[in-house]
Write a protein that binds this ligand. Structure first.
Ligand SMILES: Nc1nc2c(c(=O)[nH]1)N[C@H]1C(S)=C(S)[C@@H](COP(=O)(O)OP(=O)(O)OC[C@H]3O[C@@H](n4cnc5c(=O)[nH]c(N)nc54)[C@H](O)[C@@H]3O)O[C@H]1N2
Ligand SMILES: Nc1nc2c(c(=O)[nH]1)N[C@H]1C(S)=C(S)[C@@H](COP(=O)(O)OP(=O)(O)OC[C@H]3O[C@@H](n4cnc5c(=O)[nH]c(N)nc54)[C@H](O)[C@@H]3O)O[C@H]1N2
Ligand code: SF4
Ligand SMILES: [Mo]
Length: 732
């Protein structure tokens, strides 16, 4: 139903799914006079089964209706970053942006225009990729090198496409690694608690004492970044004690003997020395996990680091040899209804791709073929190299950026350099909901619809099911969705001969959603009515659907990795805080772990909402009592931290707790204060990425930099915090 029809409707309820994070929890929206008045979990939704979070209930609603929302396009009138903008019409904004893009395209080529988004978890990612391809540019930046990129790279190399498809409800043992579901994933957290009640065992591998660690039967507490050692030793236990699945290994694993050879030196004692986890616990964990069916669930804790692909691959190999693949109580492979087109299908569809010689120009293609090349997870650029191209013109100039759905000044490491890169552009356009530390540098800021105003259809592996998100709310402002923005630009550019409209054939979200479902049996009206559609699926259908690797098996020995000269087998790669130790001369004696999630925020989102700030008023850093004593840090004092290769530093408020290991400081991500002055809104002060680097060691396969754990020093400790303007003082 078009949004304009909604205001005439009386009160009603609409099943939907929350799209504020990738989980898509089923929701029931109450709607009156075109406004969503209430958001509740939908217990019937097969993916979330009633799970939901406070962001989905409160933050999403406020995001749509708050005074601070951007409601009209803006054109910059002052100098870059001055925060001075003037409202303009959509036609003027899109005309001017298209004119300027056409000039840049003519002058420095299509490849000098780049799009930035979070990835194709969201439909906006597809529209951004296709907008760039329409212009003829192979360059799009996703933020997955900072998120799930190493897990996805390992999944592609091994063929284990098991993400988000854990059958926790039917398992006997849950192995959780680097994953904090009590905050980050209410669906998994509810399922884990259910499974525990019915007798499943829980093993948690995490340096931090999370709620899951407290619930665990066995908690292994490694030094950050040393997980490969544990996984390789667990593999060795399974092999030595014949606890692996010989039938699955014989039929569906490639390279078992080579793997056995590789782990032969990884005794539990060696792993204990490397990781700090007692050898007995490693053996116990291996035996417990092998008493299946067992399910493996990993998170960001073993991703987004320069040794992450090898870490994830070590665990993926453990899962494979245990045989817990695509069986009840194990890790399902991704399912879909017959004929369903995923976002990924579109991205890899030859019809929607640029010629190979143009794709080969993608920044990162040569250095990171398993990330930016055709074998890559989403064939995206290597971000730090793009930022360098903006500043230095190397390997070629990048002159324009369109960023939508990302707040890169806060969420990319090294804030100062990111901002310098943005400042060096000829054209920067940002699409956002509120004025952010990224959008403030833009020449044009385009106001976005929120997820209550957008219609989406997507697969949810937790069900599995197809989930429907309703455009239930009338648009609150002169706002547009990402497809409308991309279309507006493609149409204008096509008229100048500067874009190929066939790359973006959909005119509306409804048309796009119908395209995804076109070859399925799913009835759209019923999907709308129920909010989801289940579909039949098979388990263990390996003959019919072999693993997507050269051998058609799970590749413990990856032929694709071998083909580009990478280590084809999993191994232990020491984290850079250890390998760098000598070089940095012990000036950085501590370890900084970043990214701990907070219940009321989604990364940088919702800092303008008073209720969320009340729940979590300050950027925290967890410090162990011994470390606090050593550095004279009192609970509640402010600690300034710095890492070896960063251009800036960051202030954080100390929480002294033995939840963290001695010498390991644990903080979050995404902090700013919208009420503070433009352009930084605190982003150069309390945002951890101002104290991080994006250019040190990169994972050879995923290109990820070290953002999970890095060496760090404490520069300063003070108490109390210097006075800053309060949220109530926020002028708008
Ligand atoms: N409320 C809320 N929920 C969110 C988000 C949010 O911002 N707010 N963000 C969403 C997004 S995009 C993501 S990617 C997910 C992330 O959520 P998760 O995947 O759960 O990741 P994190 O919470 O970053 O970290 C998980 C755990 O990894 C541990 N860890 C750190 N280093 C290591 C290590 O070397 N080894 C091991 N074994 N563990 C380690 C940490 O101590 C932490 O407990 O959350 C999603 N959910
Ligand atoms: N140091 C460090 N850095 C990290 C992390 C870490 O743990 N440590 N975590 C990383 C991870 S896992 C992730 S996923 C990234 C997150 O990085 P980002 O995706 O940049 O994080 P968000 O704060 O969610 O920013 C989303 C922005 O997009 C806009 N937005 C939200 N929804 C929509 C929409 O529907 N359409 C459009 N067009 N815009 C929208 C909002 O206005 C918001 O400003 O950060 C990464 N950065
Ligand atoms: S976890 Fe929260 S934000 Fe994410 S989809 Fe579910 S309700 Fe929405
Ligand atoms: Mo993420």
């Amino acid at each position: 139903m078009p949004a304009s029809d909604l205001s005439s409707q009386g009160p009603s309820t609409q099943p939907s799914s929350c799209w504020e994070c990738g989980l898509q929890c089923g929701s029931i929206l109450s709607v009156a006079n075109g406004r969503v008045t209430d958001i509740k979990p939908n217990p019937k939704h097969p993916g979330s089964k009633g799970a939901f979070c406070v962001k989905g209930i409160r933050a999403v609603h406020e995001w749509t209706y708050q005074a601070d929302r951007l409601r009209t396009p803006l054109r910059r009138v002052g100098s870059r970053g001055s925060g001075n903008f003037q409202p303009i019409s959509w036609d003027d904004a899109l005309d001017e942006i298209a004119d300027r893009l056409a000039v840049i395209r003519e002058r420095t080529g299509p490849r000098s225009i780049v799009g930035a988004v979070s990835g194709i978890h969201y439909s906006r990612g597809v529209f951004m990729a296709q907008l760039m391809r329409a212009i003829g540019s192979p360059n799009w930046m996703i933020n997955q090198d900072l998120c799930g990129g190493s897990r996805a790279t390992s999944a592609r190399m091994t063929g284990l496409n098991i993400a988000m498809a854990e059958d926790i409800d039917h398992t006997r043992c849950i192995l959780i690694v680097g994953y904090n579901p009590s905050i980050a994933d209410p669906i998994a957290w509810m399922a884990i608690k259910r499974a525990k009640k019915t007798g499943a065992k829980l093993i948690v591998i995490d340096p931090f004492q999370t709620a899951a660690a407290e619930l665990a039967d066995l908690w292994l507490r490694p030094r950050p970044g040393t997980d490969s050692a544990i996984a390789l030793a667990m593999i060795k236990v399974l092999i030595d004690e014949k606890l692996y699945d010989p039938a699955f290994v014989a039929k569906w694993c490639f390279g078992f003997d080579a793997l056995a050879q590789r782990v032969s030196g990884w005794t539990a004692d060696v792993a204990a020395e490397t990781s700090g986890v007692p050898a007995d616990d490693i053996v116990k964990a291996a035996r417990m996990y092998s008493d299946g069916p067992s399910v493996f669930a990993c998170g960001h804790g073993i991703d987004a680091a320069s040794n992450a692909v090898q870490m994830v691959r070590s665990y993926h190999s453990l899962v494979a040899i245990s045989g817990n693949v695509d069986r009840i109580g194990g890790n399902r492979r991704a399912k879909r209804p017959k004929g369903f087109r995923t976002y990924s299908d579109i991205l890899f569809d030859r019809r929607f791709r640029l010629p190979p010689d143009v794709e080969a120009e993608r920044i990162g293609f040569k250095e990171f073929p398993l990330w930016s090349g055709p074998l890559g997870f989403q064939m995206a650029c290597h971000n730090p190299s793009v930022l360098r191209a903006m500043r230095e013109g190397d390997p070629y100039p990048v002159r324009a950026l369109f960023a939508s759905g990302v707040n890169i000044a806060l969420t990319y490491p090294d804030t100062a350099t990111t901002i310098d890169s943005l400042k060096s552009l000829d054209l920067f356009v940002a699409a956002a909901h509120t004025m952010t530390p990224t959008a403030v540098w833009a020449d044009y800021v385009l106001p976005k619809t929120t997820t209550l105003e957008e219609e989406d259809v997507a697969l949810v592996q937790q069900g599995p099911c197809v989930s429907y998100t309703a455009a239930a709310a009338e648009r609150d402002g002169d706002v547009r969705n990402d497809l409308e923005i991309a279309r507006g630009l493609v149409d204008r550019l096509a008229r100048k001969g500067a874009a190929d409209p066939n790359m973006l054939p959909w005119r509306t979200q409804r048309e796009f959603n119908a395209y995804l479902l076109a070859e399925t049996d799913i009835d759209f009206a019923k999907l709308q009515q129920d909010g989801f559609a289940t579909f039949p699926f098979e388990l263990g259908n390996f003959e019919k659907e072999p693993f997507a690797t050269p051998s058609g098996k799970v590749e413990l020995y990856s032929q694709n990795m071998a083909s580009v000269g990478h280590d084809p087998l999993p191994d232990y790669v020491a984290p850079s805080y250890l390998t760098e130790k000598a070089a940095i001369n012990d000036t950085y004696p501590l370890i900084l772990q970043t990214g701990m999630r907070e219940k009321s925020y989604h990364h940088s989102r919702f800092r303008e909402q008073p209720w969320a700030r009340k729940v979590s008023p300050d950027p925290f850093v967890h410090v162990s009592p011994a470390t606090a004593a050593k550095y004279q840090i009192a609970d509640g004092s402010w600690v300034t931290v710095k890492t070896p290769h960063a251009s800036g530093q960051c202030r954080l408020k100390a929480k002294v707790t033995d939840q963290t290991l001695d010498g390991v400081l644990v903080t979050g991500v995404g902090w700013w204060r919208p009420e503070q002055p433009a352009p930084h809104f605190g982003a150069r002060d309390i945002n951890i990425n101002s104290a991080m680097s994006y250019t040190q060691r990169w994972d050879k396969a995923s290109g990820s930099a070290d953002t999970r754990y890095v060496a760090c020093q404490i520069v300063h400790v003070s108490s109390p915090e210097p006075k800053v303007p309060t949220l109530a003082a926020n002028p708008g």
